[in-house]
Design a protein around this ligand. Structure first.
Ligand code: TPP
Ligand code: MG
Length: 679
């Protein structure tokens, strides 16, 4: 690109001063990474990134992820300078309440921010998910001569991202799947918070990535933007492998006293050093004043508008020839479910109720997946190497596999390998990219491995579904390492995460329906969506017949499953313990004690019901007993301090499931006893 009058170094210096001045003004933040990566950014954004500041939601834009999210002033400066709707006043409000420039980049708050980053390493895994979504969509929708899906995904990473274990999980998968349109630029500055990383991070990172099957471009001078530009172009010129560009940089470059030291990582430079930096850079302008020639050189609006218009023309040609595919692509990228889906879902739930099968809820989940996969072409499954246990596949589904020449062939089931955290963060990237509704499975106990990515999905309100099977001591012989105790309760503490622990095929069908029907959140259009965790049994659970009203009530998250005239107490239960509650109800009835059984497959969905519903299900004044094969503390929210909870407050044991339920007192007798105690 030919530049007006501003030089490349001056363009990069604009980032440096914006970063150091905004951090100074906020009296908090991280100037080191933006100052150190300014030249790399100047090589990528104006010279290589295809994006349109006027339409941050353009489907075929290149994706950009700042995985080292602490360097947030870098992306804010880039968005501002490139012409996004991020005025200079927002940069002056860096890190202030309700500004568009929060401490770490957050999707949905700042136009042009593709994902929320800050937990190091996860942005990189999100980028892998975005690149995977791009490659899959291209395989699904592109036609000869019509490459309507054809963009790159770029990520900036620091030492921290590459020290994090998730970088191994995600990048190993990216290499195996030959995600060649993924280009990662490594800020190899030798510094992290504690100082010089050589003392705790001595890896040969380049060789490590070559081992993953990446194309590695070593030894690039990260302050020579022409060299970085050439490396990016070399990466784009090959279609076989993802690329890591190792850019040797100086953290805080430009600051005479602090560059190259950890002092500049996460603290303001101070006014004296800022003055010295201005002098050293030859930058005479006041804080937040950028000369017009520099704005002109950065302005991406015209080029972006042209790039999008060109793509639109290509898309229109595609739509003329393939109208159904084009409409489907647009629907999918908007994250909307197909017309008529709600009715089809209802019919599926009804059919499930009519069949009345007794199976494990993991199996019921596979039934639901099979039905939904036929209705929702966007459904994209997978498992962290437990497909045959999680039942996340369906008959005839093709696995996603790398093409020998690069990229992936089309499939709808991803073998994520034994990488729970990577899977969860890759799924977030897939959802953020748009076009697919990802779900993935593992054992519930290993949700801890995925946990921060589940939290990030919840924070970002992303529609992803976690299939967590083997949800309690009911898995039996594998023992306490595999038996979930605290997991259901702790997942329920994550805001925006919807958690379901269904008791039979019907509740499982409703749970799946609720999960896929949460609104999608793409780009700035973040509404009340979010992820879902389905907690499913390994063991068979008896089908519970319901009348029409009871069937309709399942979607409320908590409902009266089996009432009794003159009920004197309520038993609440979830999942495998609903059968115990029903058995206790019967036993108590024989003794003349009438109790109501409430099934509570989703406490968060129940909590969102109106007060009348909640009072009708759990009448104030009726004593309550909760039963769940896990920690008891959570349930006092519903039973109060006067109520009783039958649960397990220690780790499990290795034994057949039947013996374990008995040993831990998860029996109908014990539940009945607890009811008598609260009467
Ligand atoms: C998962 C996670 N752990 C810890 C932190 C806190 N933290 C923020 S930046 C940083 C050091 C990162 O080093 P590097 O990526 O090299 O950044 P640089 O100092 O070079 O800007 C740490 C530990 C974090 N943000 N995320
Ligand atoms: Mg570093």
């Amino acid at each position: 690109m030919s530049l007006p009058t501003a030089t490349h170094p001056a363009m990069a210096d604009a980032i440096r001063v914006l970063a150091m001045d905004a951090v100074q003004q906020a009296n908090s933040g991280h100037p080191g990474a933006p100052m150190g990566m300014a030249d790399i950014a100047e090589a990528l954004w104006p010279r290589n990134l295809r994006h349109n500041p006027a339409d941050p939601a353009w489907a075929n834009r290149d994706r950009f992820v700042l995985s080292n999210g602490h360097g947030s002033m870098l992306i804010y400066a880039l968005l501002h300078l490139s012409g996004y709707d991020l005025p200079i006043d927002e940069l002056k409000q860096f890190r202030q309440l309700h500004s568009k420039t929060p401490g770490h980049p957050e999707v949905g708050i700042t136009p042009g921010v593709e994902t929320t980053t800050g937990p190091l390493g996860q942005g990189l895994a999100n980028a892998v998910g975005m690149a995977l979504a791009e490659s899959l969509l291209a395989a699904e929708f592109n036609k000869p001569g019509h490459a309507i899906v054809d963009h790159h995904t770029y990520a900036f990473v620091g030492d921290g991202c590459l020290m994090e274990g998730i970088s191994h999980e995600a990048c190993s998968l990216a290499g195996t799947l030959k995600l060649s349109k993924l280009v990662v630029l490594y800020d190899d500055n030798g510094i992290s918070i504690d100082g010089e990383v050589e003392h705790w991070f001595g890896d040969d990172t380049a060789t490590r990535f070559e081992g993953y099957g990446w194309n590695v471009i070593r030894g690039v001078d990260g302050h020579d933007s022409d060299a970085v530009d050439a490396a990016i172009k070399a990466a784009r010129a090959q279609a076989a492998k993802p690329t890591l560009i190792v850019c040797r940089t100086i953290i805080g470059k430009g600051s005479p006293a602090m560059a190259g030291t950890h002092a500049v990582h996460g603290a303001p430079l101070g006014i004296d050093e800022i003055a010295a930096t201005r002098a050293a850079l030859g930058w005479s302008h006041e804080p937040f004043l950028i000369p017009q020639d520099i704005y002109d050189a950065w302005d991406a609006r015209e080029a972006g508008g042209q790039a999008q218009a060109q793509w639109q023309a290509a898309f229109d040609a595609y739509a003329a020839q393939y109208p159904a595919e084009a409409a489907e692509f647009q629907r999918r990228m908007r994250g909307e479910l197909p017309a008529g889906f709600a009715d089809q879902l209802q019919a599926y739930v009804q059919a499930t109720a009519d069949k009345g099968e007794t199976v494990a809820t993991r199996k019921a989940s596979q039934f639901a997946i099979t039905a939904l996969a036929g209705l929702l072409p966007e459904l994209l499954g997978g498992s962290a190497d437990l497909t045959g246990s999680n039942y996340t596949d369906w008959k005839g589904v093709a696995p996603v596999r790398a093409n020998p020449a690069g990229g992936v062939g089309f499939g709808r089931h991803i073998n994520y390998g034994v990488r729970e955290f990577g899977m969860a963060a890759v799924m977030n990237g897939i959802a953020l990219h748009g076009g697919y509704l990802p779900f993935g499975g593992t054992f519930l106990t290993f949700s801890d491995y995925s946990r921060n990515a589940i939290r990030m999905a919840a924070l970002m309100k992303q529609r992803v579904v976690h299939v967590f099977t083997h949800d309690s001591i009911g898995l039996g012989e594998d023992g306490p390492t595999h038996q979930s105790i605290e997991h259901a309760a702790s997942l329920r503490l994550i805001p925006n995460l919807s958690v379901w622990r269904p008791c039979d095929t019907v509740e499982t069908a409703v749970a799946w329906g609720a999960a896929v029907s949460r609104p999608a959140s793409l780009g700035m259009a973040v509404h009340d969506g979010g992820p879902t965790a389905l907690l499913l049994s390994r063991q068979n659970l008896p089908f519970v017949p319901r009348d029409a009203a009871t069937l309709a009530a399942v979607a409320r998250g908590g409902y009266v499953l089996r009432d009794a005239d003159g009920a004197r107490a309520v038993i609440l239960a979830t999942g495998s313990e609903v059968a115990l509650a029903l058995a206790a109800q019967e036993a108590l009835a024989k003794e003349g004690i009438a109790v109501r059984v409430v099934s509570m497959p989703s406490t968060d969905v129940f909590d969102r019901q109106d007060a009348d519903w909640k009072r009708a299900v759990l009448p104030p004044g009726l004593p309550r007993v909760a039963v769940e094969a896990g920690v008891t503390a959570f349930w006092h929210k519903y039973v109060g301090l006067e109520g009783a909870v039958v649960g397990i407050d220690r780790y499990g044991e290795s034994a057949p499931a039947g013996a374990l339920f008995k040993f831990f007192g998860l029996t109908a007798d014990k539940v009945a006893e607890a009811v008598k105690q609260v009467l």
